[in-house]
Design a protein around this ligand. Structure first.
Ligand SMILES: [Fe+2]
Ligand SMILES: [Fe+2]
Length: 276
């Protein structure tokens, strides 16, 4: 059976939950049978204890392994708690802000890009990048290597004023160098997916494919903001490619709105003409 990962982000629990969305998500998960669920931050809206507990209860209700990292909304909204117990509630429920998931087929390293003194923009320290690289070196040969962080590395600037993770080019280059094949994030509440050779000069037989995927928001903290879709991504990992599905919520159910394929390894996708 294909290895699948379901990626949700920006639940913003505590704003507007919709039992219909949640019920339909359970059905989708039942149908797709992912190996695990990645939740790339902003699980809560204000970082309150009851919001964290509700978000954890919801994510755990699917009875699958979970890989959850914090977003900028998962820390206390008020002072001084934001600085004195920044990740206390997150760690109480999830144990760590930088989890590592290991199986024969998947190896996933989580980076905490949240900075208490910069609520919107995030950053990753060199020591975190070094740690991620050291972890990724331990990945078993055939495992698909994923890195998750909350703050985005891609996104349309006319759609969001949010800046990407600090030192974005350095962060991405370090993760590529460390062997990441797929980099996941959220934060901007809109889907954006690109393979590095779409934006970096490529030479024949040279660079390994690395796909960067920003998930749409699953929650909808600002329902009046025009055009903010609710959605999620599903990654299906094959030997030589990764297949990405984007599901978007439409009034009464999940709709598959895009399917994209990206190469793994150094070979591009084949483009044999289809026989009609
Ligand atoms: Fe968010
Ligand atoms: Fe965020």
């Amino acid at each position: 059976m294909a290895t699948r990962v379901l990626h949700v982000s920006d639940l913003h629990t505590g704003t507007r939950e919709d039992p219909m969305v949640e019920g339909a998500l359970a059905q989708l998960i039942e149908r797709l049978r992912p190996e695990l669920i990645v939740a790339s931050g902003d699980l809560t809206h204000r970082g309150r204890r009851e919001q964290h507990e509700r978000a954890a209860r919801f994510l755990r209700s699917f009875e699958l392994p979970l890989h959850a990292i914090p977003g900028n909304h998962d820390i206390p909204y008020t002072f001084p708690a934001r600085f004195t117990s920044t990740f206390a509630e997150f760690e109480r429920l999830w144990g760590t802000t930088q989890p590592v998931y290991r199986s024969d087929r998947l190896f996933i390293v989580g980076l905490n890009s949240v900075r208490a003194w910069r609520h919107q923009s995030g950053g990753v320290r060199q020591s975190q990048l070094d740690w991620a690289a050291a972890e990724l070196r331990e990945a078993p040969g055939g495992a698909f290597r994923i890195v998750t962080l909350h703050h985005h590395l891609l996104g349309a600037p006319w759609r969001s004023a949010k800046k990407p993770v600090a030192k974005r080019n350095h962060v991405l280059a370090s993760l590529v160098e460390a062997g990441a094949e797929l980099v996941l994030a959220g934060h901007i509440h809109q889907a954006a997916i690109s393979e590095r050779r779409e934006f970096e000069l490529s030479t024949a037989g040279g660079e390994r494919g690395v796909t960067v995927s920003i998930a749409p928001g699953l929650g909808q903290p600002r329902p009046n903001r025009r055009g903010e879709a609710r959605g999620l991504h599903v990654y299906e990992v094959e030997r030589d490619k990764v297949h990405i599905e984007t599901y978007i919520w439409r009034d009464d159910g999940w709709a598959l709105t895009a399917e994209r394929r990206f190469p793994r390894g150094r070979e591009p996708l084949s483009f044999e003409p289809e026989s009609s």
